[in-house]
Design a protein around this ligand. Structure first.
Ligand code: PLP
Length: 381
């Protein structure tokens, strides 16, 4: 049976990984500055992770949410401590879209309203309501179009005020650093004004931290660079270092009720073991300090490359913008220099999302490759 052909694929077949590297089926080593869409947080095959997941799967991989599962509470407690989100409650699911879908649903339950405000160039996933909040008409099917979402430009405080004062908006959803869109960020005044407008208008403020969370921005959550208090925080990618797990952190003002949300696989034993290994490693290895140090080092090196026209993002969620489309450069980096990087909706931007335990030597290796690739590309032009 052929696979449904929806992904344009690079001709590389990774079969193993260790730390910042992956190895293909012929043994060639690649430097992974993309982490499979920002998923690899503590590095490939981290010993803590391998041990925790192996031990758990040999003991009990899964049971449903009909019985006690102390691993869920351990995960929630550790997440509360490391994130500093005191008093929030945790609901576990399996992916980023599912996190946002549940966040939007909960906002609608809480407020009794149904319109959503989202922002240009945002990405929130491919499911029912999340996909309509995503600013890409090509991925919205007719069945999704019934969702009521108003998309405003980032930084349009007046637009948000006008929409929220109409009284029918259940949620404002925002990425504090845009991922898929291309690493753009709203202004501090914008985020803080939106937070206040939400509180004044009985609208839930949803921080989509699916990509920017778990330390990647240099704070546990990217919203923590600002003076805001989201009602719901959605998480996924880095949470399981590759094991599918997502969640929403829910402000204590939102009351739970039996049956309100639910899932078969969400919060299963194996997912929790993976999630706990990630949090323990972030703590033990002080990875958020490393994000700040390595992010600063990366940006210093990027500033010395004349072809880099703008540097976007924070921490280890970095975009390098050029004055040409980077598709060929990415291919060159993979095939000739053995380096994985990411692209974005902004075709002129290289997206850099390495594991959080990257070291200076890996960054040096990337810049050596980039300089050579750029020289070659410029000669080719
Ligand atoms: C900010 C953000 N939200 C949501 C999603 C959707 O996550 P998933 O692909 O796990 O459904 C993504 C995926 O790239 C994302 O970057």
């Amino acid at each position: 049976m052929p696979l449904f052909d929806v992904y344009p694929l690079y001709n590389v077949t990774p079969v193993s990984g260790k730390g910042i590297h992956v190895y293909d089926d012929t043994g060639v080593e690649y430097l992974d500055l993309y982490g499979g869409h920002a998923v690899i947080s503590i590095g490939h095959a981290h010993s803590n992770y391998v041990k925790a997941v192996t031990q758990q799967v040999s003991q009990l991989g899964f049971y449903s949410n009909a019985v006690q599962n102390p691993l869920q509470s351990q995960l929630a407690d550790k997440l509360e401590t490391l994130s500093g989100c005191k008093g929030y409650e945790l609901f576990l699911i399996n992916s980023g879209a599912e996190a946002n879908e549940n966040a939007l649903k909960l906002a609608s339950f809480k407020t009794g309203k149904k319109r959503v405000v989202a922002f240009s160039n945002g990405f929130h996933g491919r499911t029912s309501a999340a996909v309509v909040a995503t600013d890409n008409k090509n991925i919205i099917a007719p069945i999704n179009a019934q969702q009521e979402v108003t998309i405003l430009p980032l930084n349009d405080v007046e637009g948000v005020r006008v929409e929220l004062e109409k009284g029918d908006v259940c949620a404002v959803i925002v990425e504090f650093i845009q991922g898929v869109g291309g690493l753009d960020q709203g202004a501090t005044e914008f985020f803080e004004a939106v937070d206040k407008l939400c509180k004044a208008n009985n609208t839930m403020f949803i921080a989509d931290e699916v990509q920017s969370g778990y330390g990647r921005s240099g704070q546990f959550f990217a919203f923590q660079h600002y003076d805001v208090t989201p009602d719901i925080i959605s998480i996924a990618k880095g949470m399981g270092n590759g094991f599918p797990i997502g969640g929403i952190l829910i402000h204590p003002d939102i009351q739970s009720k039996y049956g309100m949300l639910g899932t078969t696989f969400g919060g299963n034993h194996l997912a929790c073991a993976a999630g706990l290994a990630v949090l323990n490693t972030i703590e033990e290895e002080d990875l958020i300090a490393n994000v700040n140090a390595m992010g600063a080092y990366f940006i210093e090196k990027a500033k010395a490359i004349p072809e880099v026209k703008a540097i976007k993002g924070r921490g280890l969620m970095i975009g390098l913008e050029f004055d040409f489309e980077v598709g060929d450069l990415r291919k060159d980096l993979i095939y000739n220099y053995k380096v994985f990087t990411g692209g974005a909706a902004n075709k002129k931007l290289l997206r850099i999302l390495p594991p959080l335990n990257i070291e200076k030597q890996h960054i040096d290796q990337f810049f050596e490759a980039l300089e050579k690739a750029l020289t070659y590309a410029l000669v080719e032009k």
